[in-house]
Ligand binder design. Sequence first.
Ligand code: C2E
Ligand code: CA
Ligand code: CA
Length: 565
Amino acid sequence: MMMYRARPELPVFERSFFKLPDTLLLVFDQNWALTLISDAWANTLGYPTEILQSRSFIDLFHDDDRARCIEQVQRLQREAPTLRFASRCKRSDDSYLGIAWNISFDADSGFYYASAHETALNLNGEGARLPDMFLDGLTGLPNRSLFLERLQHTQHRVQRRPDMQYAVLYCGVDRFKVINHSLGHRQGDLLLMAVANLFYSIIRPTDMAARMNGDEFALLLEDIRDISSTLQVVNRIQQKLVVPFMLDKHEVYCTVSFGIVAGDHGKKPPEELLADANLAMIDAKNQGGGSYVLFDKQMHDRAVQRLELEMNLRRAIDNHEFEAYYQPIMALDNGRLTGFEALVRWNHPDKGLISPAEFIPVAEETGMIIPIGRLMLHAACQQAQQWNTHLQPAQPLSVSVNIAARQLSHPDLLNDVASALSGSGLPAHLLKLEITESGMMANADDAIELLGKLRALGIRLMLDDFGTGYSSLSYLHRLPVDTLKIDRSFVHRLHDHETDRHFVETIVDLAHKLGHSLVCEGVEQACQASILKAMGVEFAQGYLYSRPVTANEATMLILNDTGQT
Ligand code: C2E
Ligand code: CA
Ligand code: CA
């Protein structure tokens, strides 16, 4: 039952929404008169619909909240296209109910459109401070607490209406840090506001968009048919993102990654649902961004495993479970040993030797790469110096140590390198640091400055996994490196892929023109070594010569090093 005082068109709300049992919607005019009010209000406030229809919008509020609400709504015409705030509303039994409002003003018709939902919090005495508690200051969207609380509310409703489907979407702006860094924080803020508005404009008034933190948002979609309706929402958002945002004078393209979890029927607490959606979003980001991933159980299991790994890693550092293995690097012209690459191994007490591919990414993310990297630097320098002083090889041996992106941006790196050198007595020119392009991508100028400082210590720098990054050639000439290490994926197909051969040839040529030497990794067959040698590549590393081995086994390799051409 609805009463019409004037007849607003309904550009914002579908008329059918006014009949839904749990949907709180209303429309009021500039004199506060309620022109439309959905049926659900009668239940929520405990008044018959006829009484509500004769009231004005401001009659709904707690006496103490009214002045503030009027002030808020008046702001709407002047400043904001939409407004979100919370207030207390009076029920027929004189109790108060917390209501979170979403109100927009349609200047063409002169009507205000409000959607609302109950908040389960006890609002007595908290009225004045409520908006700040619940709303994100930057975007005006509900914040994480309000989202969780609304999600709980949804779960309660779903228990009463088991046919109702809902979904939680966790959304992250891809590469936000890069945008924020390159354009500045103001543009970053503007972008978040624009994205917030986009989410808000796409979802239905009965759904909720909230800001979780930083560049992360969440959407709660209610009353969906099935998960495919969720994908439609995702598609609509993606379509809008094809057009760049205009921020001040900048055009900014951005993509969003979505993690989607289908709402369960009250078995999981809201925090867990949100965490699952977050996990799925991280997966979507890892796949390159701009897409979505549906949460599944394996994802959850993987996350649990990861958490275990993380805890085990912390313990492993304290228990000295890491060991440096060494893989020889050979000179191609005379087949002699020139040095080693130090590669970390984890001696797990139960699981045995664990490959770095399994734990280095986790160590990077958690920052544990810093102590592990420090440990490797010290161990490698000590070991190389010991070999050089005790075994007196024909030529002093060098040692290469891998430096992760996170180490490059860590303020301790210079000190760590200097102290590893002075602690071991290894001459600086015998230490090589292997860095990857991706390690420098985030901020090339800072990285270049740091590399300059490292080189000033006298050590050598090597660009690892060369050819796998995406912008190498454009700034290769600016990088203060000595050696390029061509990734094993190119070496692998060298003898039967002409394009790979041409690629390597071009790189060899370019590197030599820039004054860099070359190492090829992943050399497994003698024919690959001959091709590389003929091309003028100086050094090679791979299973053809030896797998990475323990320090003791490496000692044997040094003693047996006779060279062969
Ligand atoms: P990377 O720096 O590219 O190291 C070379 C990897 O190729 C090593 O894997 C090595 O065992 C493997 N390899 C060497 N020769 C051959 C070959 O002929 N064929 C094939 N198929 N593979 C070969 P590993 O030791 O498992 O290390 C994997 C990655 O983990 C390394 O790749 C490096 O990115 C990272 N890593 C290893 N140790 C450290 C470390 O101490 N610190 C950091 N930050 N990263 C490390
Ligand atoms: Ca390496
Ligand atoms: Ca490599």
